[in-house]
Design a protein around this ligand. Structure first.
Ligand code: DX5
Ligand code: ZN
Length: 226
């Protein structure tokens, strides 16, 4: 039986009461808190930093999945590890030394992962699989919530699944395959069929009054795959 994880993005939450929003979404059945960090340089938007991560940390025991859309990466990655992040992912184009950045995240005690924009090749994975705990496929261009899912991302998810399975069959371990952007109850099953196990959803969840209704609908779709 496959394990699926739902990771609401707090980018679409009410920032005036973020602690409550984190507690509510976990109480509604979410597994992970997806934390989008944008720097108005690597992406054209500005969001939240390590201080906010530290502030929400006591509100839930659920893993905090920090998605860094920043350049440079290393100093912020270290700051987020200190601020209580569990998983830290970054875009390989934003780091001068991808292997070193992965290493410093792991050395700080966090899980590490790479994020792939719609036009970024998975070949960045070729020589670093031993340091990867998560592969994150973007199904929108990063920078904003509420964008439309890019269907071509499904091919990339299939290719990432193939690479992960090939690696873990040989070397063991576990690598999560997350997809981010435009995921809703009506397309989550197709994303899972392509091979994803972890699903970011911002506007689909926080855009509704009843988070549990949306998360239940997503799980009902995923249950049809088992
Ligand atoms: C986009 C962010 C996403 C975003 C997803 O740059 O990385 O995590 O919040 O939001 P939705 O689910 O609304 O596309
Ligand atoms: Zn994200």
């Amino acid at each position: 039986m496959r394990t699926f994880r739902i990771a609401p993005s707090i980018l679409s939450a009410d920032f005036s009461c973020l602690g409550q929003e984190v507690r509510d979404v976990i109480a509604a059945g979410a597994d992970i808190i997806h934390f989008d960090v944008m720097d108005n340089h690597y992406v054209p938007n500005l969001t939240i930093g390590p201080m906010v991560c530290e502030a929400i940390r006591p509100h839930s025991a659920a893993p905090i999945d920090v998605h860094l859309m920043v350049k440079p990466v290393d100093s912020l990655a270290a700051a987020f590890a200190k601020a209580g992040a569990d998983i830290i992912t970054f875009h390989p184009e934003a780091s001068e030394h991808v292997d070193r950045t992965l290493g410093l995240i792991k050395d700080a005690g966090c899980k590490a992962g790479l994020v792939f924009n719609p036009a970024t090749s998975l070949s960045y994975l070729d020589h670093v699989m031993d340091k990867i705990d998560m592969v994150l496929i973007m199904s929108v261009n990063p920078g904003f919530g509420g964008q439309k899912f890019i269907p071509h991302a499904l091919d990339k998810v299939r290719e990432a699944r193939r690479r992960i399975d090939e690696y873990t069959a040989k070397h063991g371990g576990e690598v999560w395959l997350e997809v981010d952007g435009g995921i809703k109850a009506d397309n989550i099953r197709a994303v899972a069929e392509a091979g994803a196990d972890t699903f970011v959803a911002g506007s689909a969840i926080y855009g509704q009054d009843n988070y549990k209704t949306v998360i239940d609908a997503m799980r009902a779709e995923l249950a049809q795959l088992r």
